[in-house]
Design a protein around this ligand. Structure first.
Ligand code: UDX
Ligand code: UDX
Length: 457
């Protein structure tokens, strides 16, 4: 059996590497028109940073895992075609700012229709609005001369930073197919692939629309938990309660559970905001404005949390940061990834620059050029500086803001490290990862999300 994957991004690359590693009998070809990306997948320096990924790629690359830019040849050769192209939020036209932009998905469907011959199973892995599989089906059937297609929905639930563990032992695999005999047969073929390493009782099959909708709803529920705890973090700061203690106390209720209750400077990543906006758009489209407003508030709370954090820094620094230097530790949207899409650091850095601060950023994995592009776009601003160590960022700074929970920040020996440097007086911990007590004892004023505000000096 031969499978190919269109789109060599954060989802396509790792997912296909895992399938190839677990199924040596299947030939897996990952294609992408982006030649630079493909060259990176074929090199020692993969385009996606993910712990354990390189080892998995190395097991299979050149054996039954291949990366190429020849999209058409891959489609022709494959029995099963995974669609993992991006689906960003639309920036233009109807639904701008909310609906998913399906131009890449549609383009992909048209390319498949043009070049594919014979029976093919199309697996939609990109997160899409409900009924996209239907649209793909229609495009394929209307435009293909010699192809017969079955479209499946198989959303990916991996989280970045833990992608390899998530792929290795997923909570569940979800496969949606048409209720026809051909549809069921196609779904069974995909079940068989996963069954090479995933227990069968973890592989769920549903109808197409349930599968598509479940992906949006799963992300909406996860993001909702973060907005819920972040809303409480503000109340904790105001009342002197400690958000970690509250999270721990409520998480012990087995109906609530302990995971995903970490207050933060705000959630980021390519999925949460995009998928909720997508869900909101769907609800409006189907004339359910109350449902749309309910979910939209999760994103609004997140936006508020991000801007609240920047304002908090300015307030504590005596209401002005003009001419002051602020070290930003961490830029990725979470630890163990080089991904910066929708990271809270973008808006925090922008807000601080706007207030006239000099912002010095360090992230262990995100390239300087990426940080510059994310914060400034095509503009320039000499007040944004990017350095290559945490210590360089902290040298001679007024305040330190921790925006990503990288392990290396937890272990900085601030006392020894800043010996001989002009010591910053303020630390703002947007992730609650530093040893607050120890730092206070060293004379720092430590402010953290959802923690009691230290008494005025
Ligand atoms: C994935 C999913 O596809 C998206 O729907 C989900 O919501 C988030 O995860 P991701 O892998 O993170 O996206 O995106 P990205 O890293 O941008 O990769 C997409 C790849 O598709 C890019 O390498 C791009 O070059 C490629 N692509 C895009 C194609 O191969 N063909 C196209 O027509 C457009
Ligand atoms: C998410 C989903 O978890 C995954 O199932 C889906 O396939 C894609 O979207 P991802 O965005 O990669 O994965 O990472 P996730 O671990 O969910 O974190 C998202 C954001 O929420 C990060 O910015 C993270 O820092 C933040 N977060 C997470 C919190 O602020 N608090 C928490 O308790 C958990």
């Amino acid at each position: 059996m031969k499978i190919c994957c269109l789109g060599a991004g954060y989802v396509g690359g790792p997912t296909m590497a895992m399938i190839a590693a677990k199924c040596p009998q299947i030939e897996v070809l990952v294609v992408d028109p982006n030649a630079k990306r493909i060259a990176a997948w074929n090199s020692e320096e993969l385009p996606v940073y993910e712990p354990g990924l390189f080892e998995v790629v190395k097991t299979a690359r050149g054996r039954n895992l291949f990366f190429s830019t020849d999209v058409e040849a891959a489609i022709k050769a494959a029995d099963m075609i995974f669609v993992c192209v991006g689906t960003p939020t639309k920036t233009y036209g109807v639904g701008a700012g909310q609906a998913a932009d399906l131009k890449y998905v549609e383009l992909t469907a048209r390319t498949i229709a043009r070049v594919a011959e014979g029976h093919k199973i199309i697996v939609e892995k990109s997160t899409v609005p409900v009924r996209t599989a239907h649209a793909i089906q229609t495009i394929l059937r209307a435009n293909s001369r010699n192809g017969q297609f079955q479209v499946l929905s198989n959303p990916e639930f991996l989280a970045e930073g833990t992608a390899i563990a998530d792929l290795q032992s997923p909570d569940r695999i979800l496969i949606g197919g048409e209720p026809t005999p051909e549809g069921q047969q196609a779904a069974a073929a995909l079940v068989d692939i996963y069954a090479n390493w995933v227990p069968r009782d973890r592989i769920l099959t549903t109808n197409l629309w349930s599968s598509e909708l479940s992906k949006l709803v799963a992300n909406a529920f996860l993001a909702q938990r973060i907005s819920s705890i972040n809303s409480i973090s503000a109340l904790c700061e105001a009342t002197g309660a400690d958000v970690d203690e509250v999270a721990h106390a409520i998480g012990r209720d087995s109906r609530i559970g302990p995971k995903f209750l970490k207050a933060s400077v705000g959630f980021g990543g390519s999925c949460f905001q995009k998928d909720i906006l997508n869900l909101t758009y769907l609800c409006k489209y189907f004339n359910l404005p109350e449902v749309a407003a309910y979910w939209e508030s999760v994103v609004r709370m997140n936006d508020w949390q991000k801007s609240r954090f920047a304002k908090y820094i300015v307030n504590q620094l005596f209401n002005t940061v003009t001419g002051k230097q602020i070290a930003v530790l961490g830029f990725a949207f979470k630890k163990d990834t080089n991904d910066t899409r929708e990271t809270a650091a973008i808006s925090v850095c922008r807000d601080l620059l706007e207030e006239g601060a000099t912002v010095v950023v360090y992230d262990p994995r995100v390239p300087a050029e990426q940080i510059r592009q994310d914060v400034l776009g095509d503009k320039t601003n000499p007040n944004l500086k990017i350095v290559n160590s945490a210590l360089a960022a902290c040298d001679n700074t007024h305040a330190i803001a921790v925006l990503t929970e990288w392990d290396e920040f937890k272990n900085i020996d601030f006392a020894a490290a800043l010996e001989g440097m002009h010591k910053p007086a303020f630390i703002f911990d947007g992730r609650n990862v530093l040893p607050h007590k120890k730092l206070s004892d060293l004379g720092y004023r430590v402010y953290a999300v959802g923690k009691p505000v230290p008494p005025a000096a």
